[in-house]
Write a protein that binds this ligand. Structure first.
Ligand SMILES: [Zn+2]
Length: 420
């Protein structure tokens, strides 16, 4: 190779220029419609000229891809961008109204159901009391009928995907229920095919605590915190682990099952898993109810427990604080292991957060390492019950709006997306 005649450097400018062209050509091979969609959605390239510059695609190739995305409703054109004198440039933007996703957070008793736009915002929603023990056939049919009702209340739009949270351990890749906490009749059932039969779109299913953790993280902490531990204390205890901005499901979907970690001073209480002194058997809402009943108190729901704490009942407050300390034992270990920036306490017992967290803080700051707790925040859930459907929508949107998923959609639907 020769030295450059202009700069006297090696290699020659022309060789550098040729190398740049090669890189641009290789990008243009890779820049599918899905990749162009990603650039538009992220705001990296918002005009046809930008897309050509970033990808190295020819003008006709850019036009072809943009037309495809426009026809299928993934992007929209805006003509109100900054003008430099002549004709205003046509800007391209992500089309949040270009479709909907169906979301539902199935609880042991309460179920939140929503139709969300492609930005994850609910456009129609309902809350139902469904007994999940009625089994998948009855419950899923009812769920789909409610989605159909909600779809009837909004302008027609193509359904792009479905996201479901269930109170059970889920093998995420297949949407199959593994070990169950409350849904015995669902064991081994793969949910996606049962829903895809009606809607013909991708269906994603995850554990209810995972979707709530994703919802809380996306809505409140997305821009500032990558590592978060979400602990849900309701009838059961469970956790969702966000690490590096992503939910950690573990090898079989059982990550975050902290309810069956034993604590040290538990009086030998038998847990339904067969072990003794599990967190679930000692600090869950069910456990607190049982402890109060054993003391002769007239309570029969978690709401009663919360009401007693709010009324300043000394015995109940002491029980909740002790539950907080026991929860703190397990959270302290998790903090040492994961070093989260924030621990969020959610679920029905979050209504008595200040009494619960006093015990949690006491133990966590005592037992976790100084470095892990230096900037640690322990805080109540800010999203409340709405976190479930927000998380379900975020989960399905993360999957269906990747460049690969958009390309798959376009390949499988050569015609523009049908309105339902
Ligand atoms: Zn257990």
């Amino acid at each position: 190779m020769k030295k450059c005649r202009v700069f006297g450097q090696f290699p020659c400018c022309k060789q550098v220029w040729l190398a740049v062209q090669m890189v641009r050509r290789s990008h243009s091979v890779l820049a599918s419609s899905g990749e162009v969609f990603r650039l538009i959605r992220n705001g990296e390239a918002v005009t046809r000229a930008d897309i050509g510059r970033v990808t190295g695609l020819s003008r006709p190739a850019v036009s072809l891809r943009v037309s495809e995305l426009l026809d299928h409703g993934f992007v929209v054109e805006h003509t109100d961008g900054p003008s430099t004198g002549g004709r205003p440039p046509v800007r391209l933007g992500f089309n949040a109204a270009g479709g909907v996703v169906l979301a539902a957070s199935l609880g042991a008793s309460r179920t939140q159901i929503a139709v969300c736009d492609l930005a994850g915002e609910p456009v129609a929603a309902a809350e139902l009391t469904i007994d999940v023990e009625q089994g998948p056939d009855t419950v899923l049919t009812l769920l789909m009928d409610v989605w159909d009702d909600l779809l009837g209340q909004i302008p027609a739009a193509p359904i792009r995907g479905v996201g479901l949270g269930v109170p059970a351990t889920v093998e995420f890749a297949h949407g199959r229920i593994q070990s169950v906490r409350v849904m015995a009749s669902w064991t081994g059932v793969a949910i996606p095919p049962l829903i895809a039969r009606r809607y013909g779109v991708p269906v994603f299913v995850d554990n209810d605590v995972n979707v709530i953790a994703v919802g809380e993280h996306r809505a409140v902490y997305h821009d500032e915190v990558g590592d978060m531990l979400f602990v849900k204390i309701s009838t059961r205890v469970g956790a969702g682990v966000i690490s590096g901005g992503r939910i950690q499901r573990g090898a079989l979907g059982a990550a975050g099952e902290i309810g069956h970690i034993p604590v040290r001073d538990g009086d030998g209480v038998l847990c339904r898993c067969g072990n003794v002194d599990c967190l679930d058997a000692l600090v869950s809402g069910t456990a607190l109810l049982a402890q109060l009943v054993a003391r002769g108190r007239a309570v029969d729901s978690l709401a009663d427990v919360v009401a007693l704490v709010r009324a300043g009942d000394a015995e109940t407050m002491a029980l909740v604080r002790r539950a907080g300390r026991r929860l703190g034992e397990v959270v302290a270990s998790a903090v040492n292991l994961l070093n989260p920036a924030v621990v969020v306490l959610g679920g029905d017992m979050a209504d008595v957060f200040e009494h619960l967290v006093a015990g949690v803080r006491e133990v966590v700051y005592q037992r976790s390492t100084a470095l892990a707790t230096r900037n640690l925040r322990i805080t109540p859930s800010k999203l409340g019950p709405g976190a479930g459907v927000t998380g379900c929508a975020a989960m399905v949107l993360d999957e269906i709006l990747t460049p690969e998923a958009v390309d798959t959609w376009l390949a499988g639907n050569p015609e523009p997306a049908p309105l339902r």
